[in-house]
Design a protein around this ligand. Structure first.
Ligand code: ATP
Ligand code: MG
Length: 383
């Protein structure tokens, strides 16, 4: 039986996390902008991922030319498509920008050295935010799947890519609720077998996954390692970032891009404004992070209670997503003595789970057959 290439993709509001067929990891900012001819003599070519300018053909339709990721951030001429709080209720399944960034990111993961015409067939594992996944009798799953199945072609326009074109056929797509993918990554090995240490530690018990992203957070409840329920929370790391932006706007009358504030709060905490450091900026950021983190955890507790889960019922709360790093202190302060487990690779974990899901699916996939023997939660329903 043929071994298909598998790709795992986490369509993050902040950044797309991709695991390619060789298990290589990529992170691409979820920003796109219309392409234009630039007046740049020498590009900084140190990181080709910052030079994504592409033309995309998808299922026979020309989607146009775009800057994607960091390049869109640098060369958008004011027309930037990035996800903001207003997009919390605007799904990803129907969203053209999501498709543009995703197809570009998949093409990046399929690049090979010294190969100008690349043609592949892939099986994709991906996800939707919990609330979007379960909305409208789960219609969004089919909408996303149908927009992805088929042949796509991405032409890389920046000279550093030497005219490379990547054509790929997505043969089948596995879609799960966002936070569940990460739990699958932790619970199952690459063959879809449960990891024995996990089974002996958490079998018979209730464990929760809390994925804190930039716009949304997703909770997955497992009982005896089987999904019991799911819920989403409309909060994430964008909230403190926006509060900090408002503060700077009010106090200093300057507007700063959100991604800049984001990189400052996760970096050294210094922000220069007209060459001067903002006094006590670090401390101000910490206050907003704490305040927003507190609200997120309070909402988590109240939604868990509404789902019939009291904190003492929880034998393990597994934390992942970039927000698990940003809010670590406040999470510990508010949730201990719940046993907290902070994932080691929290940002890539969903993508890794999606990659494993795709791998399992690829083993059961038979080309030109409509019936992939697939149940709803492929990995978890393997047994
Ligand atoms: N090292 C770090 N320390 C603290 N915070 C971090 C760190 N790295 C990333 N973050 C935060 O995590 C956020 C991104 O998290 P993540 O990648 O999980 O979001 P996402 O998956 O793109 O969003 P969503 O889940 O809403 O779709 C960043 O905006 C940043 O605030
Ligand atoms: Mg996420």
């Amino acid at each position: 039986m043929k071994d298909y290439l598998t790709v795992g993709a986490d369509l993050g509001n902040d950044a797309f996390k991709i695991i390619g067929p060789t298990k290589r990891e990529f992170c691409i900012l979820n920003i796109s902008a219309p392409w234009h001819a630039r007046r740049v003599v020498n590009d900084d070519t140190r990181n080709p991922l910052n030079l994504l300018e592409v033309e995309i053909l998808s299922s026979g339709q020309n989607l146009g030319r775009y800057f994607v990721g960091k390049m869109a951030y640098n060369f958008n001429r004011g027309i930037i498509k990035e996800r903001t709080v207003a997009d919390r209720h605007k799904g990803k399944a129907k969203d053209l920008q999501t498709r543009i960034v995703l197809l570009t990111a998949i093409a990046v993961s399929l690049l090979k050295p010294n190969c100008k015409q690349i043609k592949e067939e892939i099986i994709l594992g991906t996800m939707l935010p919990t609330e979007e996944y379960f909305a409208n009798q789960q219609d969004n799953i089919n909408i996303l799947r149908n927009s992805l199945l088929g042949t796509h072609k991405v032409k890389f326009l920046n000279p550093i890519f030497n005219g490379v074109e990547v054509e790929f056929d997505i043969l089948e797509v596995d879609i799960q609720p966002e936070g569940l993918c990460a739990l699958n990554a932790l619970m199952y090995d690459e063959e879809g077998e449960i990891i024995q240490q996990v089974a002996s530690r958490f079998g018979e018990k209730m464990i929760l996954g809390l994925d804190i992203g930039s716009l949304t957070s997703d909770v997955t409840v497992l009982d005896n390692l089987e999904p019991r329920t799911f819920f989403g929370i409309d909060r994430g790391t964008i909230d403190p970032a926006n509060r900090i932006l408002d503060y700077i706007k009010t106090e200093y009358k300057v507007s700063i891009p959100r991604h800049k504030v984001d990189s400052v709060i996760i970096g050294d905490g210094n922000l220069l404004c007209y060459g001067k450091e903002i006094p006590e900026f670090n401390q101000i950021c910490r206050q907003y992070i704490e305040q927003e983190g507190r609200q997120l955890i309070e909402e988590f507790i109240s939604k868990a209670t509404a789902a019939g889960i009291q904190l003492p019922d929880i034998s393990g709360l597994i934390l992942y997503g970039g927000g698990s790093l940003l809010y670590k202190d406040i999470i510990k302060e508010l949730l201990e003595p719940v046993p907290l487990l902070f994932a080691e690779n929290p940002i890539m974990l969903n993508a890794l789970g999606a990659w494993k899901n795709a791998r399992i699916l690829s083993k059961r996939f038979v080309k030109n057959s409509d019936s992939v023997e697939k149940e709803e939660f492929s990995l978890l329903s393997l047994r």
